[in-house]
Design a protein around this ligand. Structure first.
Ligand code: ADP
Length: 389
């Protein structure tokens, strides 16, 4: 869809912003460009809509060299979102969103109707339409920025640190909303960030750049975490990449055991026979109520009379990842993570050691995939298509 062939950008002052970049971005996916400040991410992004012209090499869009396309025409098919949203302060929210449709010559009425639709799409109430940008929070402005970029329904969206200027809570909301939106819209998105967590959360593919405008690795988030190409990438994805990788393992794959689970109607004497320091007390629907420390149990009565320590949190076998399971284990007073089904009923428990077995299994699967791909790559090495060089 978007292809860079040996693209470089050198500035007259001697700076190499991008160095011989070759990269192919898939249609309908999110590609994240990530790396430390000054490594050439923004320059790369801006070469896609010709805000920056390469010094060497070719950028093509759907097979066509973008130099052959008149820049304004090219940009009509490419939405652009930047940090702080970049809204026009003296235009209402609705008029901000209607900017591109109006530029395209749509009637005022049609452009505004489209803008109202987009306002709703990005999750903002219609009463915001008449406000001005400074009457909105940073997060709301950013949503308007996304709505404006979607004005003419462009197939491609370029986003340059769009969520970096808002606080972490709003940022997480915007990211979640963005993932939802993309599920609906299937745009081809190129997203620049310096934040590896954001890259891993949002990217279908991630291009890691190093200083000097060099591509260090281009891979899926899973592969990046499992097989960093070199020490630079390993350092950039962080010491905790093992834990991050658990985000890509489904909680449903976690091996669970029955564990010390007892209904609150059980006599306390029963809990003492379990031979575990903690028992998980559940209600009649097997929903967890809390942990009871066996050493702290009353002499008589049922578990309903026992003091309970809160669970921390459970993890869902339906939607959560193994990372949520590990977190649940670490926060649990018994060190056991409690897995629940869609109804919230306990399915079983696992401790951190048992969870590490999942990680080893994921490692083996990833290594197998890499080996299979390498074998396929060797087989295809003689294929034509290198082009002239
Ligand atoms: P990033 O987005 O990764 O922070 P940029 O693409 O903005 O990096 O910049 C890459 C390098 O190019 C940096 O060293 C930057 O200082 C340099 N650079 C960017 N624009 C210009 C320019 N107009 N003139 C000279 N150097 C520039």
């Amino acid at each position: 869809m978007i292809r860079f062939d040996a693209v470089s950008k050198n500035y007259p002052n001697g700076t190499t912003a991008v160095d011989e970049l070759s990269l192919e971005l898939a249609e309908g996916g999110i590609t994240v460009l990530v790396g430390p400040s000054g490594c050439g991410k923004t320059t790369t992004l801006r070469m896609i809509n010709r805000m920056v012209e390469p010094t060497a090499g070719t950028v093509s869009l759907r097979g066509r060299d973008i130099r052959e396309v008149h820049a304004p025409e090219l940009r009509r098919g490419i939405g652009y979102v930047i940090q702080h949203a970049g809204l026009f302060p003296h235009r209402t929210i609705l008029d901000n969103i209607a900017t591109v449709p109006l530029l395209l010559g749509w009637s005022r009425k049609k452009a505004r109707a489209r803008a109202a639709e987009l306002l709703e799409l990005v999750g903002l109430p219609s009463e915001m339409a008449k406000r001005y940008p400074n009457q909105l929070s940073g997060g709301q402005q950013q949503r308007v920025g996304v709505a404006r970029a979607l004005g003419a329904d462009p197939p491609v969206l370029l986003m340059d640190e769009p969520f970096s200027a808002v606080d972490p809570i709003v940022r997480a909301e915007l990211q979640a909303e963005f993932i939802r939106l993309q599920k609906e819209l299937h745009k081809t998105i190129v997203f620049v960030t310096h934040d590896i967590d954001e890259a891993i959360k949002l990217g279908d593919n991630i291009a890691v750049f190093r200083t000097g405008g060099k591509l260090a690795q281009f891979d899926t988030p899973e592969r990046l975490l499992a097989h960093p190409a070199d020490d630079f990438v390993a350092g950039f994805v962080g010491q905790d990449r093992g834990i991050r990788r658990l985000s890509f393992v489904k909680a449903a794959e976690v091996p669970l055991r029955d564990g010390p689970v007892l209904p609150e109607t059980s006599p306390v004497a029963r809990a003492r026979t379990v031979d575990e320091p903690w028992v998980l007390v559940v209600d009649e629907a097997r929903r967890p109520l809390g942990w009871a420390a066996v050493a702290g149990l009353p002499d008589t009565g049922t578990l309903a009379d026992a003091p309970l320590t809160p669970l921390g949190h459970t993890f869902s076998l339906e939607g959560d990842s193994a990372r949520a399971a590990l977190d649940a284990a670490l926060l649990s007073p018994s060190r056991l993570a409690v897995g629940v089904d869609a109804q919230g009923a306990v399915v079983g428990v696992a401790d951190a050691y048992e969870l590490s077995a999942v990680m080893a299994a994921a490692e083996a699967v990833a290594a197998e995939a890499v080996a299979a791909e390498a074998a396929a790559g060797d087989a295809g090495a003689d294929a034509p298509g290198g082009g002239e060089r």
